[in-house]
Design a protein around this ligand. Structure first.
Ligand code: PMP
Length: 363
């Protein structure tokens, strides 16, 4: 969709990336690290100062103690973290439960490692997990269950009761939980992010995945990390070693400095909530009906009152004819469920959102 947006000169609210600059302080810190000569291979696990400050951030945020030495591994974005985790634990024939609509790297990562993806559709329109259905899908081949909160593409979030259910199931069936929490800081309406790290039983069987790309508006840096107890991290490190070995050195040092000021990550929720509210305000009076976004930087709209076209056709037409690009939600489903929904990314400047909404209101 980004290519189509560029080809047709459309405002691009499709792919999830900010169209505004990152904090100049962070750029200066990268520059300083480079000037100091921090330009050679980092240690395979991530540089010590970064893992040390991350252990403190995790303690402060989730009241969960992790060892910086054994439980944190810095990865080349969340995508590599996810792949390294799946490669570490999934062998041919192992089943992995995941929930559709889902971020697009999950299914191929499972299949590339010989695993069998078992997709379960989230409920509609709330996009929550039907835990009874999950219990029915568990077999003696089930090895892992993957969750994502706040959720891409729908903006739904897991609640405390979901985590408790997940914990019961994981412990009872001895499953590894892979929890994609890259939007951990993008939570709205006074809700707090429910990390798998907040329940001790669940944390003891979980791989939690995070990304600096989302937290610092720097998706092009491809920097993330995996948090897991030592016995799981040990295995992840074995695959990470031969996928990328190590991650960009100066950025690791810069981020470790930048994380010392907690405002640099805690202000994110308010910042993006304002963007969500601004976009929804601008869209008032349009024929697109918003679904609830509780986290992430995505807003889903239903267009079923407007047209009965399949969502892929609708998204293409909007990009080519109306010059606003978005993503059809059916592409995030294995079975291509089409509820006539479109996903818009609101990590954009006010003027971008204003211009897009002005067009969308006329459709
Ligand atoms: N998980 C989810 C749910 C995402 O939305 C994204 C980015 N779109 C990623 C993982 C990948 O993050 P990274 O860019 O750090 O690899």
């Amino acid at each position: 969709m980004t290519k189509m947006a560029n080809d047709h000169g459309a405002i691009n609210l499709s792919q999830g990336f900010p169209d505004f600059e990152i904090d100049p302080k962070l750029i200066s810190l990268v520059h300083e690290a480079m000037m100091k000569g921090q330009n050679q291979y980092a240690t395979m696990l991530g540089v010590a100062p970064l893992r040390q400050i991350l252990a403190q951030v995790i303690q402060k945020t989730y009241s969960h103690n992790v060892s910086w030495e054994t439980d944190i591994t810095v990865t080349s974005g969340a995508t590599e973290g996810i792949f390294a985790c799946i490669s570490a634990f999934i062998s041919p024939g192992d089943e992995v439960i995941l929930f559709d609509p889902a971020y697009d790297s999950y299914d191929p990562a499972i299949r590339l490692n010989g695993g069998v993806p078992i997709q379960i559709n989230l409920t509609f329109p709330g996009f929550s997990i039907d835990w009874d259905l999950v219990k029915k899908k568990i077999t003696n081949r089930t090895k892992m269950i993957m969750v994502n909160t706040p959720h891409n593409p729908t903006g739904s979030v897991l609640k405390r009761s979901d985590l408790e259910e997940l914990e019961r199931i994981a412990l009872q069936h001895n499953l590894i939980v892979l929890s994609d929490e890259v939007y951990e800081r993008l939570m709205y309406d006074e809700q707090s992010h429910q990390s798998v790290l907040t329940l001790p039983g669940l944390a003891s069987q979980s791989l939690a995945i995070f990304s600096f790309g989302k937290t610092f508006h720097a998706t092009g840096w491809k920097m993330g990390y995996v948090v897991a107890p030592e016995y799981l991290s040990r295995e992840v490190r074995k695959t990470h070693q031969f996928i990328v070995y190590s991650v960009n050195t100066p950025i690791q040092y810069a981020v470790s400095e930048y994380l010392k000021d907690s405002a640099n990550y805690t202000r994110l929720g308010k910042f993006y909530q304002e963007k969500r509210d601004f976009f929804l305000e601008q869209m008032k009076g349009s024929s697109f009906r918003p679904l609830k976004t509780e986290g992430s930087y995505f807003q889903v709209f239903s267009y079923k009152h407007l047209s009965d076209k399949p969502d892929i056709e609708m998204a293409e037409e909007m990009t080519k004819n109306h010059k606003v690009a978005c993503i059809p939600v059916s592409v995030f489903y294995k079975d291509r469920t089409d509820n006539r929904l479109l996903r818009f990314c609101f990590a954009k400047k006010r003027e971008t959102l204003e211009k897009a909404a002005a067009i969308l209101k006329k459709i």
